[in-house]
Write a protein that binds this ligand. Structure first.
Ligand code: ASP
Length: 247
């Protein structure tokens, strides 16, 4: 394992030069206007991820706990976001998510399975990135995607996201599979590589909060959720947030 880690580190240490080369090629072929396009891609991605983290996840939690889901969802976001942002790895975030589940009084038998499993297969942020990347690259290459092609992208992006390992940057490698499914040139991945670090931070954060949300729902569905602990923790969080001084 140490030998493999050393080999991977050696390869990764060359990555900045490779990425610089890829960005140089992309900019020289498409002109500086490509940066406006990157800005649009980032805006769409941030919008989609914010929708999942701040609207979809709270709705899912609300259907299970039937009370204000925001304190819990914000706690998940706060605890997991920072680690996910800097490590860019769902796997590295497993202990953080487990501690959160313990604090919420969830059953250890449940979360010790769902959190590691979620860190490997539950990757909504990655699927969003892959969908947006396909549309961006198709537009850049002037390729029209039919409705059938878009449906194929939805299916392959979800499948590729499930197959993505919870470590930095793998979502972009799996993008090759999604591109292949609709006949986009794999060279288009180079256009994403240049901004992948930023995209990876956002998608990992969404991936890990999803794991915690799904675990809460699983606990409720399997009736192992200690509703008293859970509700009182939610109320404490609500109280804490109402007392927090406004800046
Ligand atoms: N870094 C992501 C994660 O660990 C995977 C990806 O590259 O999309 O969740």
């Amino acid at each position: 394992s140490e030998a493999v880690t050393a080999a991977v580190r050696a390869v990764i240490s060359c990555a900045p030069f490779g990425i610089l080369g890829l960005v140089f090629t992309t900019v020289s072929e498409n002109g500086l206007g490509i940066f406006t396009e990157y800005g649009k891609v980032l805006a769409v991605l941030v919008g989609c991820m914010a929708f999942v983290a701040l609207i979809l996840n709270p709705i899912i939690v609300w259907t299970q706990i039937k009370s204000n889901p925001y304190p819990l969802v914000f706690k998940c976001l706060k605890d997991s976001f920072i680690t996910a942002f800097f490590t860019r790895s769902s796997a590295a975030n497993i202990p953080v998510n487990m501690t959160l589940c313990e604090e919420l009084g969830l059953d250890e038998d449940n979360y010790s399975i769902s959190i590691p499993l979620g860190a490997t297969i539950n990757m909504s942020g990655t699927a969003i990135m892959q969908g947006v990347a396909v549309v961006f690259v198709a537009q850049a290459f002037g390729i029209d995607l039919s409705t059938n092609a878009l449906m194929t992208v939805v299916i392959t992006a979800v499948t590729a996201a499930i197959g993505t390992a919870g470590v930095p940057g793998v979502g972009t490698i799996m993008l090759a599979m999604v591109f292949e499914s609709v006949g986009l040139p794999a060279a288009g991945i180079a256009m994403i590589m240049g901004v992948d670090r930023i995209l990876d931070m956002g998608r990992t954060a969404v991936n890990v909060t999803g794991d915690a949300v799904v675990t809460m729902c699983m606990a409720s569905l399997t009736k192992t959720l200690d509703r008293n602990v859970f509700q009182s923790r939610n109320e404490d969080l609500l109280e804490e947030s109402s007392k927090a001084p406004l800046k």
